[in-house]
Unconditional design. Structure first.
Length: 612
DNA sequence: CGGACAAGCTGA
DNA sequence: CAGCTTGTCCGG
């Protein structure tokens, strides 16, 4: 607000002092009282204000509805906020101030309630979620409801059936088309569709518009969304205005982009599930590789084996266990013929993925090439002191001996990444483009061979092959969701290369050819990964069989201290200055976190942490 | 958050 | 004891 003129063109620093408090008494007949949630960090409570009587004359009072964005004087300064209740009974003996300004319309009472629920569920402030739920520009009138032309009838019976139960999980292979599902939703009435990226949103919007279905794309078309039709957007659309929710769809529900990174770390999938439940509308969660969270929410519908197989590309697993770990660089022997054939394909460039973020700590046996990992927790062991290996999960130490062959010598697999591009160039006899966020689009488009971190998968829209030079780095990352995250990368890659009938090929170099994620893609059967993951998570008491929150920051110790050890809640850590709070489920976790009075100081509470 | 006010510290 | 810093409280 600093330096910006208000609605009357006055600048804050020269404006007249705020109006004196006005008693809500007989002197103010008809002065409506509204409840306002200020948008001020560290204030998470409401305050009551009067609607100025003069506003009844000039029509501004009409804009004061639940959700409206207003400015109020609070603690002697003007702050923004939302009307969250109208015509309330103010507390006795508190002199009320008038609203200072009304901006425009905002979220409906239903969305405000949903925002309150989410603030509790993810231990954050309601104001934060209301910001997401509010229009980016001032909205003073809603456009008239869109014409209700009949939605074209699709031939796809499966799409209709998806809405039969309150929640269902629809496993659609990577190259299947979700459009029939969205049309089937639109036939039921106002439909909310959430996809992980604006890219996916844009592509779907174009195709939907061609069918003549009224569609509003968030965040730009907030007002139009409120007037009905299909509402489509990225994760923020979970809080979009929808006139009369009749169906909800979350596309690629497994995708981590659906999760807000800043606290509160809400997830659009879970928010849409709750929203649909409240509205009594069916919700369909769609993914080629449904998350355990989704599978816990409703029954799964799977395509026929033939359809699912066709929707995945071929996977070539290049087993590197028997290669010489000393001489073998990042480009294994078996990769050579694959790369030599570059240029023969016509389906786009060859894309090589190598995640260099973080320090790889993989150790492989010098003798047999097997990776040193913890059999129980399925994570790579890290070298502690001389001759000892530690499990990063429980810290149990063991001697440095290969489980597979008894070998005593291990080799650090952290590779000389700088050389990879040159090696690729030598091998393929073509220019190789190293892609990062700054690489110009023209260079990316011109190259036959690309190499980069997983971000490279976002820089192209098709490829003849995608090669994961070191898929083990993904599969064995020391994160709870490493396998699912690796699977998500494989899905992304699968879409770039297309279905097997179009010649789509994925290539992975690995020392773990039997890993469930790879086997799942190889057989086009994501259930193989789900089974293994579910067993592991259940064993370790991890989501969705428990709920976690990571508490960090300077005030974290004090917070955890105040939390204590309530029934059904346990606290792990600290580890790197952060604690993990675990409860039986999201509700129990949220209640436990909310029961603690927040200490002063920096505190970050990450519910459903991404990297635990 | 940021203003108001109270309690504590310093220096002539 | 004025003048300033630091801490705590609270906003309609």
């Amino acid at each position: 607000m600093t330096g910006r003129a208000d609605d009357q063109g006055r600048l804050p620093f020269i404006e007249a002092p705020a109006e004196a408090p006005v008693e809500a008494s007989d002197e103010q007949p008809g002065g409506r009282v509204v409840r306002v949630l200020p948008d001020v960090a560290a204030i998470d409570r409401t305050f009551d204000y009067l609607v100025p009587v003069a506003w009844e004359e000039d029509g501004r009072a009409d804009l004061v509805r639940p959700g409206s964005q207003v400015r109020v004087v609070l603690g002697g300064r003007r702050v923004g906020g939302w009307v969250v209740d109208v015509d309330v009974e103010p507390p006795d003996g508190v002199p009320l101030r008038p609203l200072a300004h009304v901006g425009g319309l905002g979220p409906s009472p239903e969305v405000i309630d949903l925002a309150r629920w989410a603030a509790h569920r993810w231990a954050g402030r309601t104001a934060n979620l209301l910001t997401t739920a509010s229009p980016p520009n001032r909205v003073r009138v809603l456009p008239p409801p869109s014409s209700t032309e009949p939605v074209p009838k699709g031939p796809d019976r499966w799409a209709e059936g998806a809405f039969a139960s309150p929640v269902s999980v629809l496993r659609l292979p990577p190259n299947a088309d979700p459009l029939p599902l969205v049309l089937a939703g639109a036939r039921r009435g106002d439909t909310l569709v959430v996809a992980p990226t604006l890219d996916a949103v844009g592509r779907l919007a174009v195709r939907l518009r061609r069918t003549g279905v009224p569609v509003s794309v968030l965040p730009r078309e907030w007002a139009q969304a409120a007037s009905g039709g299909v509402v489509l957007g990225a994760r923020a659309a979970a809080l979009a205005p929808v006139r009369d929710l009749a169906a909800a769809i979350v596309l690629d529900e497994h995708d981590e982009s659906l999760r807000e990174e800043r606290a509160p770390t809400w997830n659009a999938r879970d928010l849409v599930l709750e929203r649909a439940r409240r509205a009594g509308a069916p919700c369909v969660l769609v993914s080629p590789c449904p998350s355990l969270e989704a599978l816990a929410a409703g029954p799964e519908t799977t395509p026929s084996r033939a359809v699912e197989r066709e929707g995945w590309p071929v996977l070539d697993i290049l087993d590197r266990r028997d290669e010489d770990p000393v001489r073998g660089g990042l480009l294994g022997e078996r990769l050579v013929p694959v790369l030599r054939s570059v240029g023969a394909g016509v389906g786009g460039p060859v894309v090589c993925v190598l995640n260099r973020r973080g320090r790889s700590r993989l150790l492989a046996c010098d003798g047999c090439g097997e990776l040193a990992r913890c059999e129980e927790h399925r994570v790579p062991l890290v070298q502690a002191e001389e001759g000892a290996l530690d499990c990063p999960v429980d810290g149990v130490r063991r001697p440095m001996v290969c489980d597979a062959c008894g070998g005593l010598r291990f080799r650090n697999l952290r590779a000389g990444v700088a050389r990879v591009r040159e090696e690729l160039e030598a091998l393929t006899a073509r220019p190789v483009c190293e892609v990062d966020a700054e690489t110009p689009a023209a260079e990316v488009a011109a190259a036959d061979v690309l190499v980069g971190t997983e971000a490279v998968l976002h820089r192209v829209d098709r490829a003849s092959q995608v090669v994961f030079l070191d898929v083990d780095q993904e599969l064995l990352a020391p994160r709870m969701r490493a396998a699912e995250q690796a699977m998500a990368l494989l899905v992304r890659a699968a879409r770039l290369v297309g279905p097997r009938s179009r010649g789509g090929r994925l290539v992975v170099q690995t020392r773990q050819p039997g890993h469930e994620a790879l086997q799942a893609v190889l057989h086009a059967d994501p259930g193989r990964l789900v089974e293994a993951e579910a067993a592991r998570r259940r064993l370790l008491g991890l989501p969705p069989y428990a709920a976690l929150a990571q508490v960090s920051g300077a005030a974290a110790a004090e917070f955890v201290d105040r939390l204590g050890a309530p029934e059904g809640v346990d606290v792990l850590g600290p580890r790197d200055g952060a604690w993990l709070v675990r409860a039986g489920g999201p509700e129990a976790l949220a209640d436990a976190l909310a029961s603690v009075e927040r200490p002063a100081g920096r505190l970050r509470i990450e519910v459903d942490p991404a990297r635990a």
